[in-house]
Write a protein that binds this ligand. Structure first.
Ligand code: COA
Ligand code: AMP
Length: 632
């Protein structure tokens, strides 16, 4: 047995011993009473009785131990032509001043704060200022529409929202304030105050009495110190797509989060304190939370905040420039970003001008990684390229090659093996493990390790119903896959209607809800169909009500705009087609899986329960008309 397997076995045989040892590496005001409270399954709590603070572990601890003048954060923004470095001492100063502002406006322990901001340093300051005061932040991705923001406001009930006047997408300034105001109009819950960072590209109008400009808010305010919180207190809520349009509020408990992320930096990513680490994601996603902000800062690294794209800002060499300029040793991004680069620079000519001698590894996650992307990156970059698998709920990798423990041979198409703490089983519908090589539901035997979600925000019932009811004692990941003869796992598809578009997790159910609300639509379905760049893109099917007189193209245009307005541009919903009928089983279930296979030009077997097989021919014709089903 190798070191990876050894460590994994030890973590499952003695989880309490294993995670007590890992917990020695972080700062506690008071040690835990118990490592794990397993008295109330399926609700498990790590380190109850322990008292700590997320911001203290990310910032103050390093300032006090000799890293005050080390770069903590490098803001690299090709879209504003800015590069700015912040030391640990400088971040501590900004964070404690904003923490003072929160205090002044009555925001403290246990209060929620929504952060709706672009990729600017102030967003990180805002998140850490919440953690400093014991408030619970909930970051909302900038590519969501007002309606999505409103849903999160109503669920989290924030006392305050911290936002900015705008974000910058290539070729356009995205004004945040109209979206924020629209969301607050739509929501039932109203925050008492909004703090607005005015960026120079766009000045947002302020609502008197409610909105306070960022700098003005700081005037005359005393900096605030870290507040001790319980290890089991939530550090943040992060909403993610479920099977309906109502997002799930994934809760992250404070103590386990710090322990697991700190542990992952050396063991999985093989990065040392003081080194520069870069995750090219967005702070609105879990990858951004865990690996732009928390893990590298808990570990005393320099982290890079990149406000730009893999291509077009200004070219497909942007990632390699950032790695070279900031001495990045390890980078994390989504396969789709590499595919975008490869499409523009297939021969990797734009790698050559940059000195990447410090660069040691590239990690990919967020969607299934096609072997071509792995091969191309290995070939052009000359470093190990590690596909690893996880999700918002886990908060850190479930399966990965562990470069800090024992680098294993890379098998493209597989994220290697489960990492310590995760007892990953592939189950059939009767909750039995399937044979090696057979596909089944990927499930994790409870309890999961520290850092994983303890529940959904104020919704224990939905937590149990979504993840724990189908296979008692197991957490359902929602992914399907298999183990091979070497114990490597492969993640093949979702078992629900979640799709991954350019590494962004989206609910087709949520899009169907929007389509169904169009007055001319009788029935609809949305599928994720294969896309060479984005992995998958959504495609809508519409059945119109009898007697509709408007043209099909007009209705398609309407629904595309409706999804953009209600979910946001990030849904990338650009295509839909009108059909006479949808294929269904005799019990009335829409055969989405078969439709997807037809769209992707894959072989399919005629479902035995199909109501009327002729409809599949009609679907194929409609798909060919818009360039799918072998039509491309
Ligand atoms: N704020 C506002 N709008 C945003 C946004 C944000 N933060 N992020 C994306 N959008 C918009 C885009 O501008 C685009 O709008 P458009 O329809 O007007 O063109 C739309 O949402 C879809 O964005 P995206 O799917 O990202 O496609 P793209 O064509 O703009 O870019 C890639 C393609 C591959 C370059 C890009 O998807 C990418 O960098 N992906 C990496 C994904 C990633 O980091 N995922 C995190 C998990 S690790
Ligand atoms: P998110 O919660 O947005 O991080 O999305 C998590 C989902 O993305 C997982 O449940 C998988 O479906 C998919 N995913 C993430 N990483 C991988 C990977 N390495 N391989 C295959 N699918 C992945």
């Amino acid at each position: 047995m190798g070191a990876h397997d050894d460590l994994h076995r030890r973590s499952l045989e003695d989880p309490k011993g294993f995670w007590a040892e890992a917990a020695e590496d972080i700062h506690w005001y008071k040690r835990w009473d118990k490592v794990l409270d397993d008295s109330n399954p399926p609700f498990y709590r790590w380190y109850p009785g322990g008292r700590t603070n997320t911001c203290y572990n990310a910032i103050d601890r390093h300032v006090e131990s000799g890293r005050a003048n080390q770069a903590a954060l490098i803001y690299d923004s090709p879209v504003t032509d800015t590069v700015k470095t912040f030391t640990y001492a400088e971040l501590q100063d900004s964070i404690s001043r904003l923490a003072g502002v929160l205090k002044k406006y009555g925001v403290g322990y246990g209060d929620r704060v929504i952060v709706y901001m672009p990729m600017v340093p102030e967003a990180i300051v805002a998140m850490l200022a919440c953690a400093r005061t014991g408030a619970v932040h909930s970051v909302v991705f900038g590519g969501f529409a007002a309606n999505e923001l409103a849903k999160r406001i109503d669920d989290a009930k924030p006392k305050m929202i911290i936002s900015a006047s705008c974000g910058i997408e290539p070729g356009r300034v995205v004004e945040y304030k109209p979206l924020l105001d629209g969301a607050i109009d739509l929501s039932e819950h109203k925050p008492a105050h909004c703090i607005i960072l005015q960026r120079e590209m766009c000045e947002a109008p302020l609502v008197s009495g409610r909105d306070i400009e960022w700098d003005a808010a700081h005037t005359g305010v005393e900096p605030a110190d870290c507040v001790e919180v319980e290890a089991t207190d939530p550090c943040y809520i992060l909403y993610t797509s479920g099977t309906t349009g109502v997002p799930k509020g994934v809760v992250r408990a404070t103590g386990g989060h710090i322990v697991a992320l700190k542990w992952s930096m050396s063991n999985i990513y093989d990065v040392k304190p003081g080194e520069a680490y870069w995750a090219a994601s967005d702070i609105g996603w879990v990858v951004g939370h865990s690996y732009i902000i928390y893990a590298p800062l808990f570990h005393g690294c320099t982290t890079v905040l990149y406000e730009g794209k893999p291509v077009g800002t200004p070219d497909a060499g942007a990632f390699w420039r950032v790695i070279a300029d900031h001495n990045v040793v390890s980078m994390f991004t989504a396969p789709t970003a590499i595919r975008a680069i490869k499409r523009e620079d297939p021969d990797g000519l734009l790698v050559k001008p940059y000195d990447m001698s410090k660069f040691r590894s590239l990690f990919l996650a967020g969607e299934r990684c096609d072997p071509d992307t792995i091969h191309w990156s290995e070939d052009k970059l000359g470093v190990p390229v590690v596909d690893h698998w996880w999700q918002t709920e886990s908060g850190w990798p479930i399966a990965s090659n562990m470069l800090g423990v024992e680098p294993l041979p890379i098998k493209p198409g597989s994220p290697t093996k489960p990492v310590p703490g995760y007892d990953v089983r592939v189950l059939d519908e009767n909750c039995n493990e399937v044979a090696q090589g057979d596909i089944g539901a990927i499930s994790i035997k409870m309890p999961m390790p520290p850092g994983t979600l303890p529940t959904l925000w104020q919704n224990d019932d939905r937590f149990v119903e979504s993840y724990l009811s189908e296979y008692p004692g197991y957490y359902q990941t929602g992914d399907a896959g298999f183990y091979d003869e070497d114990g490597y796992i492969s993640i093949m598809s979702r078992t629900d209607d979640i799709i991954n578009v350019a590494g962004h997790r989206l609910s087709t159910g949520g899009m169907e809800e929007v389509l169904a609300s169009h007055p001319d639509v009788a029935e609809c379905a949305v599928l994720g169909v294969a896309d060479q760049l984005k992995g998958e893109v959504p495609l809508g099917f519409l059945v119109l009500k009898a007697g509709v007189s408007r043209g099909d193209d007009d209705i398609v245009r309407d629904v595309v705009q409706m999804v953009r307005d209600r979910i946001g541009p990030v849904a990338a919903f650009k295509q839909a087609t009108v059909v006479a009928r949808l294929p269904k089983t005799r019990s009335g279930k829409i055969l989405r899986g078969t439709m997807k296979k037809i769209a992707d030009s894959q072989d399919y077997t005629m479902p035995a329960t199909i109501d009327d097989p002729v409809i599949l021919d009609e679907i194929e014709v409609a798909l060919k008309d818009i360039g799918y089903a072998g039509g491309r």
